[in-house]
Design a protein around this ligand. Structure first.
Ligand code: ADP
Ligand code: MG
Length: 628
């Protein structure tokens, strides 16, 4: 074995850099966070080659004193904390003093900074070595240029994905940082193309409109709550506005964008069965708490944090969302769901690829807004994959119109026309049965227009709520089985069932172990329908087997869903007037009449207004505004 020797500072910095700087997006994140910490109100980001060949971040913040510039590049050199106490009370995004040193270890860096907007200093560092320093005239703030990332660590370059993937990662992180700081104006330009532009006027909804789309921003509900320990505010989407991934959920703790599984779960749990299975909301939640309750020093890139009161925050998030959504009328307007035939009639929403992993199919192009996000005609290269060639044509036309549209309007000011909220708190309507269609749908009217009700979904909802309550009851009406049921399972399953017997007992099954691989059920709750005892009991046990870690609450939920599905009428089932009206009346009594337990809508609404629009009796206000 070779002798033990100390690594050279250059080499050890290169090794350390690997933890902080994984890819171009990490450089962008670190530089932008420094700009935010320097109290900038404007941050401009320019990248070339998705940041692989060039990244420049310019801010108008405090700047760095010329005698301290070299220090900024030293490892573990920071102006943000100095004592052990500070480490547990971090109020800035940075504090580890590693970013500039790490970036300069693996790239060519040129930093210009001024604290007074007249004289400044230019410092060039490459591969950890200072190359040049001179006094220059400079604007207030700091500008950092990073060229040839990983030029001296080629192995790192191998981990870089395609230009599109890296660019998407940069867009994604800038989106999050912009959502976290609506009071800062951001621009992001790649190869002369403007990709992101926010106004920095402090309005979160407008910032969100700029990032996701106007339509998205209009279908958000505002949240605000406060306890002695936490303050939560932000926007979360109506349950009918969802995406195929969790990527559109941004959690911010004390202004820092973080990833936290538990809190994301809590947010989703707040929606309960209002979300379609496999769909996720768009949300930006700002959580403020005493920095002492947050340990940000558990992950080199600070993406993950440790919270001392995580369960309390989670419970508060879940409750706040559940309460808020509980107050809303969530009947979906039928017109919103109709396919749009002329894509070009909506110049503001432009799909763009974001958050796509290498090799994965892009399920859903992310809409960008023309009003704040500018994409030049070359953006056509990034057009999404459409199966239908006509869609492709429409898309191209759309992009063209969109670019023309940009030419003659001021993007910032036009986006600031007020966003119309599409949130209603009207009570659930009284539904009068009219007819049954194809044995599957009920047509009903109210004082405003008519409704199509999915009879199966409606019954599932009603049954679900009934069972949810019964399954949840602590004391169950027990039914003794005349002949006890003996169930055999393979060894591996038997172990799981044995461990989870308490959960099965909690929903009212009188089950106990009966020899090595067998179980005996002597009683069951009376809500299990007669004649279906064994099948239902087996199904209930299957849940425990499928998910060994299932909680009692979740388990009860699952059981109620199974029961509701089992007992609900299927499609193609004729109902007489009385039966049909009974379903409508029961639905109106449900706690959440809007979705079946799987999240599918139970009914859609054709308002008088919509009907008149369909027959061209009135102008669509959206269209007419655009014509002007
Ligand atoms: P950290 O952010 O953890 O302190 P960095 O390596 O990112 O470490 O930056 C080192 C120091 O350089 C910072 O503490 C700060 O004082 C200074 N600095 C870096 N970027 C900027 C900037 N854009 N504006 C003002 N000061 C900056
Ligand atoms: Mg930093």
């Amino acid at each position: 074995m070779a002798h033990i020797q100390r690594l050279s500072p250059t080499l050890s910095n290169q090794i350390a850099a690997g933890e902080v700087i994984e890819r171009p997006a990490s450089v962008v994140k670190e530089l932008v966070e420094n700009a935010i910490d320097a109290q900038a109100s404007q941050i401009d980001i320019v990248v070339k080659d998705a940041g692989i060949s060039y990244i420049k971040v310019t801010d108008n913040g405090q700047g760095i004193a010329s005698e301290e510039v070299e220090m900024a590049f030293q490892p573990h050199a920071t102006s943000k904390i100095s004592t052990n106490q500070d480490l547990f009370n971090v109020k800035t995004l940075g504090f580890r003093g590693e970013a500039l040193a790490s970036i300069a270890a693996v790239a060519k860096v040129s930093l210009t900074t001024s604290t007074d907007g007249r004289r400044g200093v230019l410092l060039q560092v490459a591969g950890g070595q200072q190359l040049h320093k001179q006094t220059v005239a400079a604007a207030q703030g700091t500008s950092v240029e990073v060229a040839d990332l990983f030029y001296n660590t080629p192995a790192r370059l191998k981990y870089i994905k395609t230009v599109n993937t890296e660019l998407n990662r940069i867009i994604d992180i800038v989106n999050r940082l912009a959502l976290a700081q609506p009071q800062i104006a951001f621009t992001l330009v790649n190869e002369q193309r403007n990709l992101i532009r926010t106004s920095g006027n402090g309005n979160l909804q407008q910032t969100l409109a700029g990032i996701y789309s106007r339509k998205a921003a209009e279908q958000m509900v505002a949240l605000a709550t406060q306890t002695a320990d936490f303050k939560i505010s932000g926007l979360t989407s109506l349950p009918q506005q969802t995406r195929a991934s969790r990527n559109y959920i941004s959690l911010l703790i004390n202004g820092r964008y973080i990833v936290n599984y538990r809190l994301t779960q809590a947010l989703l749990a707040g929606y309960g069965s209002k979300l379609m299975v496999g769909r996720y909301p768009i949300a930006v939640l700002q959580i403020q708490m005493d920095p002492l309750l947050v340990d940000v020093n558990v992950h080199p890139t600070k993406r993950e944090v440790r919270l001392s009161k995580e369960e309390q925050v989670a419970a508060l998030i879940q409750q706040t969302i559940a309460d808020k959504l509980g107050q809303l009328n969530l009947i979906q307007p039928a017109l919103n769901n109709l396919p749009t035939h002329t894509v070009a009639s909506q110049p503001e929403s432009l799909p763009f690829l974001v958050g796509a992993e290498e090799g994965t199919q892009i399920a859903e192009p992310q809409p960008f807004t023309a009003t704040k996000v500018l994409i030049a005609p070359e953006a056509v290269n990034l057009r999404p994959i459409f199966k239908d060639p006509q869609h492709l044509q429409e898309w191209d036309l759309h992009v063209k119109k969109f670019c023309q549209h940009l030419g003659d309007t001021n993007p910032i000011s036009s986006s600031e026309k007020p966003l119309t909220a599409q949130v209603s708190t009207a009570p659930f309507p009284e539904l009068r049965f009219l007819a049954q269609i194809h044995g599957s749908f009920l047509l009903a009217e109210s004082d405003n227009g008519f409704y199509l009700v999915d009879q199966h979904a409606a019954q599932e909802r009603v049954n679900y709520e009934k069972f949810r309550q019964e399954v949840g009851q602590v004391s169950h009406d027990q039914q003794q089985l005349l002949v006890p049921l003996v169930l055999d399972y393979p060894n591996s399953d038997a172990i799981v069932i044995n461990e989870r017997l308490n959960i099965l007992q909690a929903v009212g099954l009188g089950i106990s172990s009966f020899g090595q691989n067998s179980f005996v059920v002597q009683s069951h709750p009376s809500w299990i329908p007669t004649g279906q005892e064994e099948a239902t009991i087996r199904e209930i046990i299957d849940y425990v087997l499928k998910d060994g870690k299932i909680s009692i609450a979740k388990f009860r939920e699952q059981t109620a869903i199974t029961m509701s599905c089992r007992l609900s009428i299927k499609a193609n089932h004729h109902l007489d007037r009385t039966q049909a009206q009974a379903i409508l009346d029961q639905l109106a009594q449900a706690k959440n009449p809007y979705n079946c337990p799987h999240g599918r809508p139970t009914l859609v609404h054709f308002s008088d207004q919509d009907i008149k629009k369909m027959f061209k009796r009135i102008q669509d206000p959206h269209q007419s505004r655009r014509v002007k």
